[in-house]
Design a protein. Structure first.
Length: 120
């Protein structure tokens, strides 16, 4: 999957500002942060989106939540709070087709809006 942006970040072909790494996961600062703390957490395994998560992947997805917990603690937002988001597919605005979760925090976040103004 060498044409995949996040696979290239995993391999080091594209540099990233890493905040956590182990054999199965990588977490790095988002290049266009939407909050004071905005980290992208990915499994190193290439899974295109939540729709492609298979039965063999649910343990991995569970473990990813542990990584989110660790990263939140490491960056000092565990107690103040954070939001963990996955965008899946066009209506959610997914732009990178390698499964990832956004960890957002460091300030009071806006309400979940859901429908964009263009649909209102
Ligand atoms: P999506 O919109 O697919 O849910 O999220 C993709 C995220 O990846 C976006 O928040 C975007 O800013 C981030 N992103 C895209 N390209 C890069 C990159 O080269 N490096 C980093 N660190 N983040 C990226
Ligand atoms: Zn990939």
């Amino acid at each position: 999957m060498q044409e995949c942006l996040f696979c290239k970040i995993v391999s080091g072909d594209i540099p990233s500002s890493k905040v956590y790494e182990d054999d199965s996961f990588l977490a790095f600062h988002d290049i266009q942060p939407a909050a004071p703390t905005h980290v992208v957490i990915i499994p190193k395994k290439h899974i295109a989106s939540m729709n492609e998560v298979g039965d063999e992947d649910y343990v991995l997805i569970g473990q990813l939540h542990k990584v989110a917990q660790l990263v939140a603690r490491k960056l000092g937002i565990a107690e103040t709070g954070y939001r963990l988001i996955n965008n899946c597919g066009p209506d959610a605005g997914q732009t990178v087709f390698h499964l990832h979760f956004h960890l957002l925090g460091g300030a009071k976040l806006g309400a979940l809006t859901g429908i964009s103004s263009s649909h209102a």
